[in-house]
Design a protein around this ligand. Structure first.
Ligand code: DGL
Length: 264
């Protein structure tokens, strides 16, 4: 048994879609969530900048004594080498790639993600590692994250943009579409409206949360006591984060603290 919290981080509110799934499956765990809202979006930043951010956030998580760290940001997963870390890290990108590789029937997989994730080719590499017959069709959607961070996921603008972004993928005959950015499940209505009805939409957080659960079970690290607390930390405006987080999690978020992440 291990009562230490699970660390979860993202550039902003997107990782809350992962936290939500983790909390559904592992309600007894305590969680530390960090959103790098001062520096969001990550998707248009260079690899070395994201590597620096990831180090700082992992240092912060170590200070909070986390037992494992869930990287709830595909752009970070696409930019760092997990093997360079001594901490136990879980990658949302690997979980998404494995799901898609298993679920596609016609081996034509679409991936929507940030520009950095698409350019890294990480999804393509990871899917092909598991399913060498798969053809991957990617589309960068740089306009999505700012809309979600502003709480505008249900706006006409989101629906219009989703139509534009998904047009080419529909034409490619994909049968599976990976939401390759943790902000995108928040846009599910807009994305569903834009994609062909028979396309299976993959939220990597589902596979990821089962991977985390199995790992904790196998290593006798589950929290079997009365946990279930979540503390939220952000590098930007705490109030703004709480307002948007409330819409995503459907619950009131009070304990949001500001962190000077540059200190780490
Ligand atoms: N939510 C993140 C991801 O999964 C990052 C989005 C961004 O900051 O551009 O890639």
């Amino acid at each position: 048994m291990d009562r230490r919290p699970i660390g979860v981080f993202d550039s902003g509110v997107g990782g809350l879609t992962v936290l939500k799934k983790l909390k559904e499956l592992l309600p007894n765990e305590d969680y530390i969530y960090f959103g790098d809202t001062k520096r969001v979006p990550y998707g248009d930043k260079p690899k070395d900048e994201i590597e620096k951010y990831a180090r700082q956030i992992v240092n912060f998580m170590n200070e909070r004594n986390t037992k494992i760290i869930v990287i709830a940001c595909n752009t970070t997963c696409a930019s760092i080498d997990k093997n360079e870390y001594k901490e136990i890290l879980f990658s949302v990108l690997e979980a998404g790639a494995e799901s898609a590789a298993d679920l596609t029937k016609n081996n034509r997989v679409g991936v929507i993600a940030t520009t950095r994730t698409v350019e890294s080719g990480s999804y393509e590499k990871s899917i092909k590692l598991k399913n060498s017959n798969a053809d991957i069709f990617q589309k960068a959607c740089p306009g999505f994250v700012p809309l979600v961070e502003k709480g505008l996921s249900e706006s006409d603008e989101s629906f219009k943009l989703a139509k534009e972004y998904l047009k080419t993928l529909n034409d490619e005959g994909i049968d599976t579409l990976v939401l390759g950015c943790t902000h995108y499940p928040i846009l599910l209505n807009a994305i569903k409206n834009a994609v062909r009805e028979d396309v299976l939409i993959v939220d990597p957080a589902i596979r990821l949360s089962y991977d985390v659960m199995n790992y904790l079970k196998e290593n006798d690290m589950l929290n079997l006591s009365n946990g279930g607390k979540t503390q939220y930390f952000v590098s930007g405006d705490a109030k703004k984060f709480a307002d948007v987080a409330k819409l995503i999690l459907n619950e009131d978020i009070e304990n949001v603290s500001h962190v000077d992440i540059d200190k780490y």
